[in-house]
Design a protein around this ligand. Structure first.
Ligand SMILES: [Zn+2]
Length: 147
């Protein structure tokens, strides 16, 4: 499994180690898989196809989608996250795969089912070593254009 730990242009904080996203020339991409044998797309990436058992190649998806489901968690937050915090699934516009993740704290009150969102990076919470880090979060799509 690939571990990604890259610096971004606008922050000195390290990116949270996560295999689900990739940073490259195209910006943030979601790491998934494509089965060459049966054509099935997978998220998250897995080495072998859950449909036909053949080997899966890594592919990278556009991080734009719509809110599929969400909930706000009122219990003590892990990793130094603000409380309460909102998590949920988005459905990728590119292929309909569902991605689970954290919503940016400032958009938690603005989302509903179907809201257009993108994944961006935000200095938020702590990593596994209790250090501040950049974390992938869902933000409302319109917010991206104003930054
Ligand atoms: Zn397959």
């Amino acid at each position: 499994m690939t571990v990604i730990n890259e610096q971004t242009h606008d922050s000195d904080l390290p990116l949270l180690n996560t295999p689900i996203i990739s940073l490259g020339g195209e910006g943030i991409r979601i790491r998934g898989g494509h089965c060459e044998s049966c054509g099935q797309l997978h998220y998250p990436y897995c080495t072998h196809c859950m449909r036909c058992g053949q080997q899966v190649s890594p592919v990278y998806f556009d991080p734009a989608g719509k809110v599929y489901s969400f909930t706000t968690v009122q219990t003590k937050a892990p990793y130094g996250l603000p409380e309460p915090y909102t998590v949920g699934y988005i459905e990728l516009n590119e292929n309909g795969l569902r991605v689970f993740g954290l919503f940016a704290p400032e958009v938690s009150g603005d989302i509903e089912i179907g809201t257009e969102v993108v994944i961006s990076l935000q200095a938020l919470g702590l990593d596994g070593q209790q250090q501040p880090c950049l974390r992938p979060v869902f933000t409302v799509a319109n917010d991206k254009e104003s930054t």
